[in-house]
Structure formats: C-alpha cells, structure tokens
Design a protein around this ligand. Structure first.
Ligand SMILES: *Cc1c(COP(=O)(O)O)cnc(C)c1O
Length: 231
C-alpha cells in the first residue's frame, strides 16, 4: 500500500477511536515511527502530512535527521526519541530530539539537566514506566516512579510532559488494554499529588485504537504506515 493511503487509514482509525471514547481526534498526536525506514519513504510520509517522526536509536537518527534536514529544511517537523537512551548518548539526543519518551532514571535526568544547562535548551521528556515484568524492557518500575518524578520535577532544564509505556506484545490488542488503563491511573494519581502530566504516549500499530480508548494522547505507529520492517 502507498504510504499516503496507509497514513490516511491510520488517521481515520485514530479519529474513529477518539469519537468512540468521547474524545476529540485533535487531542491525539501521531508519531510516525521511522526506525529502519529509508529517507525517501520518510519524505513521502512528511509530504502526505506526517509532522512528528519517531526514532528508537540515537546513532541511526543522527545521520537520518541531518540528511532529512538537507532535503527538507524547515517544515516544523518534530523528531522524538522513543527508544531507550543510554547515558553516554544523552548529549547527542538533546541536540537531535524535541521530545524524549524514555526517561527512566533520575541519573539520566540529571545528565540531561546538566547538558541542557550548558546549551540553554529545555528538554521535553516523558517518563517511561515499566508496567509488566519483562527482563528486556526498559522503563522505571512502578514502585520507583514517584521518587523519579519528585527528583526530576525540581530540575530546571528537564520538562516532564507526561508518561510513556510499552506493554508486552500480544496478537490480541485487548490484552494490552489493562496496561494502558494502568498508565492512565498512575498519571491521575500523580496529578492528584500536584504533578502536571498531560501526555500519555501509548499504543503502536497493533493496539493504538485500544490505547486511544484508554486515553492515549500520543500514539507511536510504524509498520501500519511504512509497512513491515525487515528483521
Ligand atoms: C518500533 C516501535 C514502535 C512502533 O512499532 P510498530 O509496531 O511498527 O507500530 C513504537 N514504539 C516503540 C518504542 C518502538 O520501538
């Protein structure tokens, strides 16, 4: 399927899910996940209307973003880091990304804060929460979440805009629903304590409709737009 058609399908489903949940479609932002995708296809997606691109690795994004900017100088495109951020890549990530979805330790927050102090940037971040025990997944465990939030909230150059999660993969998207609901509840508990966390980044190609029903404000969709990735 052409990227423009795939994109329009996704946008239509986003609208329908929002309406089903009694929400306005404009409340949901689409991150087109362009990891492993060639520059030509990324540009095609941008011409079709994509305005936020998501990458999961700093190294890959580095070349891609500079090549992209040579071809498409300024269209108000945002780049988001959706994958794990290693401490030694923080400096590069700050230079590249408008929003980092994967803050998961206070130490990483401190490194970002210090780097930003030198460059004058305010780095927008989401706290990635690990809601299922899986050896391989990153994210702050729920029991450490409030401590991380409190430590980071006092940092001047790190702006926490909300939460992100990535449930285990299920063929049946309904299986992911409890995790999405759990992230929403965690956000509500944090807001009751005075933190402002408007954004919920949750939902991928297989389950973004369910995520929107559960309050997602950002969905991260790759293969449903660009086609299946080679492994
Ligand atoms: C790859 C990836 C996505 C998108 O996955 P699709 O199933 O292709 O939509 C979303 N979020 C993260 C963190 C990813 O790494």
């Amino acid at each position: 399927m052409a990227i423009v058609d795939a994109l329009n399908n996704v946008l239509e489903k986003i609208s329908q899910s929002a309406v089903r949940a009694g929400r306005r479609p404009e409340q949901i932002k689409l991150v087109a996940v362009s990891k492993t995708v060639t520059l030509d296809k990324i540009i095609e997606a941008v011409k079709a209307g994509v305005s936020i691109l998501g990458e999961n690795r700093v190294q890959e994004a580095q070349n891609k973003i500079s090549d992209f900017r040579l071809q498409i100088p300024d269209l108000g495109i945002e780049w988001h880091l959706i994958g794990h951020l290693q401490k030694n890549k923080a400096k590069a990530a700050i230079r590249l990304f408008d929003l980092i979805h994967s803050l998961d330790t206070a130490e990483l927050a401190r490194i970002i804060d210090n780097q930003c102090r030198q460059t004058g940037k305010k780095q927008r971040v989401l706290v990635q929460v690990k809601l299922a025990y899986e050896e391989s997944k990153h994210g702050v465990p729920e029991e450490d979440f409030f401590r991380l939030l409190e430590k980071t909230a006092v940092m001047n150059n790190v702006v926490i805009e909300g939460l992100m999660t990535m449930p285990p993969f299920y063929d049946n998207p309904e299986m992911a629903r409890p995790y999405f609901r759990k992230l929403g509840k965690l956000r509500n508990r944090a807001e009751a304590r005075g933190f402002r966390l408007p954004e919920l980044s949750m939902g991928m190609s297989n389950d973004y409709e369910v995520a929107i029903e559960e309050g997602a404000t950002i969905v991260r969709v790759g293969s449903a737009i660009f086609g299946e990735r080679d492994r």
